[in-house]
Design a protein around this ligand. Structure first.
Ligand code: GUN
Length: 300
């Protein structure tokens, strides 16, 4: 039996539609336009693409997009001064500083300088602590997108065995907290886990976010499990011609699709959900800042 393919592109479009509807309501009923500031330091090509897409989708949802592109030689003090300005700008409801940052800047210092209420990445230590203690917080976008897809597929996640492969602050750890919040029995596995195939094999839900191309094999997966592949790895693809590359996930899709109950493809699975959830977080932050009821279904 071949797995159901989870269409992240279509699902992200429904999230963006919901966001746009709430943005329109905020404008007509409250005279408020949510605003997202994105800060890019340097000219990393992948980061430039992400930032361009974020700006485009923010504007398409009817929100204000403020882009701050700084030179690669920008000092930490200069960046902190900009963040202070954005923290105090009432038109800015969300702030995202694109990572990675150049070596002269300490990422933790910068992230923790963002007003936690505007931290639409959910990386500020206050938001990490709030999420870990089950309190209302800003939730990191990629894990939030994964959670939305899992709820959409499975309904209640209560009591399910979930394995998160990967322990990053951006995906693995917050993903585990969100699954715990939905009453899953959660295991965080990683590249050093002993007998990873056996650990993965117990799971009803597998979230792969380890950054290793095609690491999770189909014969590790419990038949019928739901598999969410967060990996985006560019590999050589000589079969497509000399010098060609292609994107693959952290899951060996061709073998996993034969065993799983449902699976996200790469590309077109988790990827599109990340920016959709960034827009959702911006609307949530805007509502909270103005004491307006938050839209349902756009937060954890
Ligand atoms: N770089 C890669 N992914 C992300 C993300 O989710 N947020 C930020 N700020 N930078 C990133």
């Amino acid at each position: 039996m071949s797995a159901k393919i989870i269409d992240g592109k279509a699902f992200a479009a429904t999230v963006r539609e919901k966001v746009a509807k709430h943005v329109a309501q905020l404008k007509t009923q409250h005279g408020i336009t949510p605003g997202l500031a994105v800060v890019l330091v340097g000219e990393d090509p992948a980061s430039q693409v992400y930032v361009r897409n974020k700006g485009k989708q923010t504007a398409e949802a009817g929100m204000n997009s403020y882009e701050h592109k700084l030179d690669v030689t920008t000092s930490q003090e200069e960046l902190l001064a900009l963040i202070d300005k954005l923290n105090n700008d009432a038109d800015v409801h969300g702030i995202l500083v694109q990572l990675p940052l150049p070596d002269q800047i300490d990422s933790d210092t910068v992230i923790n300088a963002i007003d936690p209420a505007k931290d639409v990445d959910g990386f500020h230590i206050s938001n990490v602590g709030l999420l870990g203690t089950g309190q209302k917080s800003m939730v990191p976008c990629t894990p939030l997108g994964c959670l939305m897809m899992l709820r959409d597929q499975l309904g209640s996640l209560s009591g399910l065995d979930a394995v998160v492969v990967g322990r990053s602050n951006i995906v693995g750890k917050p993903m585990a907290q969100l699954l715990l919040g939905d009453s899953c029995t959660v295991t965080i596995a990683h590249s050093r886990t002993k007998d990873l195939p056996a650990v993965v094999g117990r799971a009803d839900i597998v979230v792969a976010a380890v950054g290793r191309p095609r690491m999770v094999k189909g014969d590790w997966i419990k038949p019928g499990a739901t598999v969410i592949d967060v990996g985006i790895n560019r590999i050589d693809a000589p079969e497509r011609g000399e010098g060609k590359t292609r994107l693959v996930g952290d899951v060996d899709y061709d073998s996993a699709v034969e065993v799983a109950g449902a699976i996200t493809p790469v590309p077109g699975g988790v990827g599109p959900m990340t920016i959709a959830c960034l827009l959702a977080n911006t609307v949530t932050a805007c509502c909270r800042a103005n004491g307006i009821a938050e839209p349902e279904g756009l937060t954890a």
